[in-house]
Design a protein around this ligand. Structure first.
Ligand code: IMP
Ligand code: MG
Length: 180
């Protein structure tokens, strides 16, 4: 078991398993025949996944525009979840196919808010790609169009995801054993 910052980390999804899955996801996305694709990475957690997925998309021949939206969701997993845009995109979305990329779909509040925002701006379509789906935690009707892996109901870190600003740099997704 890897030890990082003095903590044992149980590997759930290895770097090689994620890389293989990203290639499959890119093929699924390319199969949708999007017209004018605008990829929006939902920060912070999705930055590593988005970086890998857009390069896998390139290998399929897709050349999307790429943007970043910084969303904060306080207590998103709870009923009090409040979602806010901390930094917006500055692209035109009207009439375009938007693909939102996020790390985890949990309650669905973050992505529902972001999807509805893009639809209100006139997006032709809004699709969702997430690395991990914690479907047992859902509190909205939202589902993702493209899912890397079903995720057990544990708090995960790595591959862009943090606990207390730590562990984003891990090349794999894991669970911190003991007290994080
Ligand atoms: P939702 O609005 O409940 O779907 O919240 C999903 C967001 O919560 C994700 O984009 C992550 O930023 C964060 N999140 C949920 N579960 C985890 C986890 O296990 N590790 C790290 N971040 C998480
Ligand atoms: Mg997030």
């Amino acid at each position: 078991m890897p030890v990082v910052r003095g903590k044992d980390i149980e590997v759930l999804f290895s770097a090689s398993a994620i890389a293989r899955r990203n290639l499959e996801l890119a093929k699924e996305i390319a199969g949708r025949d999007y017209d004018d694709l605008l990829v929006i990475s939902v920060l912070k957690g999705s930055f590593v996944f988005a970086a890998d997925l857009i390069r896998a998309l390139h290998d399929t021949g897709l050349s999307p525009e790429v943007e970043f939206i910084f969303i904060s969701s306080y207590g998103a997993g709870t009923t009090s979840g409040e979602v806010r845009v901390l930094r917006d995109i500055d692209n035109e979305v009207a009439g375009r196919d938007v693909l939102l990329i996020d790390d985890i779909l949990e309650s669905g509040k973050t992505l529902k808010y972001t999807r509805d925002l893009m639809l209100s701006r006139g997006a032709k379509s809004v699709s969702i790609a997430v690395l991990l789906d914690k479907h047992t935690r859902r509190q909205t009707e939202l589902s993702a169009d493209f899912v890397g892996f079903e995720c057990p109901d544990s708090f995960v870190v790595g591959y862009g995801m943090d606990v207390g600003h730590a562990f984003r740099e891990l090349p794999f997704v894991g669970v911190v054993k003991g007290d994080a």
